[in-house]
Design a protein around this ligand. Structure first.
Ligand SMILES: Cc1cc2nc3c(=O)[nH]c(=O)nc-3n(C[C@H](O)[C@H](O)[C@H](O)COP(=O)(O)O)c2cc1C
Length: 160
């Protein structure tokens, strides 16, 4: 199977359709992928995290970041990115796009010689790119069995 990294961005606080959560939807999905593949988890975290914890202000904040093409500075480093030959990138759909910190991550690490698979949680729009694996955020949050089944099917398609 080789060495697998699962890097993801995810929020706690108030999220659409799930109320106030203490573990993000995308994080839950990332954990299932890690458990099934034996991969290492890495959370993409921003420095000086000012993202609002309430949904509506967060939506507005994210809109501005996207319009201004901000590349928020990250904290933490992937230890030895070279050792991974497969990298999963997880993100919540934000304004039909990836959150800007995910772009910072992709700018920072050279993944060109690796297999890269992206996965997304969303509340209706699906993944940003047609190849991305997409799951409803509320399914990832509230229906572990269903989430695990969908992940298994996806991994089977990837021969993982
Ligand atoms: C700023 C923001 C923008 C969003 N934009 C969309 C969108 O365009 N389409 C969609 O289906 N869901 C959208 N959502 C819903 C999230 O994609 C969904 O709740 C996701 O599962 C949150 O994941 P997380 O808990 O890992 O942060 C948005 C949520 C936020 C906070």
């Amino acid at each position: 199977m080789g060495n697998i990294l699962i890097a993801y961005f995810s929020r706690t606080g108030e999220q659409y359709g799930v109320g106030v959560i203490t573990e993000g939807n995308t994080k839950k999905l990332a954990e299932i992928i890690a458990q099934k593949t034996g991969g290492d988890l890495f959370e993409i975290k921003v420095k000086n995290d000012n993202y609002p914890k309430q949904y509506t202000p967060l939506v507005q904040y994210a809109k501005k970041e996207k319009q201004e093409k901000v590349r928020p500075e990250l904290v933490g480093e992937v230890i030895n990115i070279d050792k991974y030959d497969t990298v999963f990138i997880g993100y919540p759909n934000w304004w039909a796009d990836m959150p800007m910190p995910v772009y910072t991550f992709l700018d920072k690490y050279d993944l060109s010689n690796k297999k890269v698979y992206k996965f997304c949680t969303h509340e209706g729009s699906g993944g940003v790119f047609s190849d991305d694996f997409a799951m409803y955020g509320h399914t990832a949050q509230n229906d572990k069995q269903q989430a695990e089944n969908q992940v298994s099917e996806w991994l089977k398609k990837l021969n993982l």
